[in-house]
Design a protein around this ligand. Structure first.
Ligand code: SF4
Length: 454
């Protein structure tokens, strides 16, 4: 209902493959809490993309954290390591945070290459009693951006996607066209529309506090990214972080293109934090979590007048555009390729930047359209199943394209031929047509070429 959930404070490296499975584990804890005294064992099956890139994306660990009833916002490296060591070395899970049960990683957690029919990211959790009889069973789908639905919910949603919207709200919209009609009628820009929409669910103070907290965490993530505890990123690629060195080498220069290096630094530092499994803001996904803060850091550090009000307008606009992608297409790399992740983030940032630069709603929508138009067809082929290559640099390009798109939209005199709804629809159809090798399976593209060469 509210779009607050477009930005979430969570852990890396992936919203659909880490945050989603963790949340599924939390939801299952709720489901079993009345039966917990009878439960002796848990079986988990990860399907499709969750299975194919699950190890690199920490899906296996995330489900263990979730079933221990740990919440993403409260996780830190120490708790993460303790729970995983308990599961792998001592073969125990503290189920729902209530009781210890036996857990054998090699038997109780299955990676199935099969895809479930409803969505590319499915998982099933079973609770068994001491006789091996099933007490509870549930299938969950991680539909992107850390959003999770049970099988029943997803079936109902697919049957009637507008169910939640047709609920008597005074301000409601499903498409960019409907947003523009509301803006024209009320003389609002996109940030004002989003603000008035959110006022139906939150007070003014709640909206302000939420946006400022998100911005504060984004800046913390950047700071941590240039002051990391460990220079190495986790995983088989054995990559060193680049942001630390880049930050030390960069100086303000008379080269007019030097600004590009700063934008890359902001994006790389944040994306590296995500790749390390640290705390980040999902925006709208973890793989693409650096695009929006990199553009905001550019505005903060290289322009004048970026104050709290502008931060709020920026994030409110981004939330609204993110909602349009989530509602009418997808923000999941497993469902529609990287265009749905980096492309959506870039599109959100472009509209936000245009809005705080003074753009009316139609111009901000055009900025969002331009940014997505030039991400169309972008595949998701993470090397070694890690959110590192091409993901980290891709965040920098998403940010740079967003700035370019906002400036292009604001300086144009011609009437755009393609509108935002057209491009959202095209992105989704392109994603659906995309071979599954290019949708977060690491079975094609760069992931395949590099592993062949190695
Ligand atoms: S390639 Fe893009 S969509 Fe795929 S994991 Fe990386 S950032 Fe996410």
């Amino acid at each position: 209902m509210s779009n607050f959930n477009i930005f979430k404070i969570g852990v890396g490296p992936s919203s659909s493959h880490t945050l989603g499975p963790m949340l599924a584990g939390n939801l299952f804890c709720q489901k079993i809490k009345d039966n917990i005294s009878n439960i002796n064992r848990i079986n988990i099956i990860l399907y499709g993309s969750l299975s194919l890139t699950g190890r690199g994306h920490l899906s296996d660990k995330a489900i263990i954290w979730g079933l221990s009833n740990l919440k993403a916002k409260e996780l830190n490296a120490e708790i993460q390591a303790k729970v995983i060591s308990m599961a792998l070395e001592y073969k125990k899970i503290h189920l729902a945070g209530i009781k210890n049960i036996d857990f054998d990683y090699n038997v109780d957690l299955i990676f199935s290459k099969d895809f479930l029919e409803l969505h590319e990211n499915g998982l099933e959790i079973k609770a068994l009693d001491s006789n091996g009889d099933v007490i509870n069973i549930e299938r969950y789908y991680s539909i992107g951006g850390g959003f999770v639905m049970s099988e029943d919910e997803l079936i109902k949603y697919k049957e009637n996607p507008n169910l939640q919207i047709d609920n008597g709200l005074a301000i409601k919209f499903n498409t960019a066209m409907e947003c523009l009609e509301l803006c024209n009628k009320n003389n609002w820009n996109l940030a004002q529309l989003s603000y008035n929409y959110e006022l139906q669910f939150h007070t003014r103070d709640e909206i302000r506090n939420y946006c400022l907290e998100i911005w504060e965490v984004m800046q913390e993530v950047y700071y941590n990214g240039i002051h990391p505890k460990d220079i190495k990123l986790p995983g088989s690629l054995n990559l060193n972080r680049r942001a630390v060195g880049l930050n030390q080498r960069l100086t303000l220069t008379s080269d007019p293109m030097g600004i590009i290096d700063f934008i890359s630094l902001y994006a790389i530092a944040i994306a590296e934090e995500n790749a390390s499994g640290a705390r980040v803001v999902t925006a709208p996904t973890n793989g693409a979590c650096a695009v929006i803060p990199a553009v905001m850091l550019y505005v903060k550090n290289h322009t004048v007048g970026f104050n709290d009000d502008k931060v709020i307008d920026f994030l409110l606009t981004a939330m609204l555009i993110g909602y349009l992608y989530k509602k009418n297409a997808s923000i999941s790399g497993a469902e529609a390729g990287c265009q749905a992740e980096i492309g959506s983030a870039s599109s959100m940032a472009a509209a936000s930047l245009a809005t705080i630069m003074g753009a009316e709603a139609n111009i901000a929508c055009n900025a969002a359209e331009i940014a997505m138009e030039h991400h169309l067809g972008l595949t998701c082929d993470p090397v070694a199943g890690l959110v590192q290559i091409p993901c980290i640099e891709r965040n920098a390009f998403g940010a740079i394209k967003a700035i370019s798109a906002a400036r292009m939209a604001m300086s144009r005199k011609s009437t755009p031929i393609v509108n935002l709804d057209d491009i959202i629809k095209t992105m989704y159809e392109t994603g659906k047509d995309m071979n599954s090798k290019y949708k977060e399976t690491s079975l094609g593209g760069l992931a395949k070429t590099i592993s062949t060469v190695c």
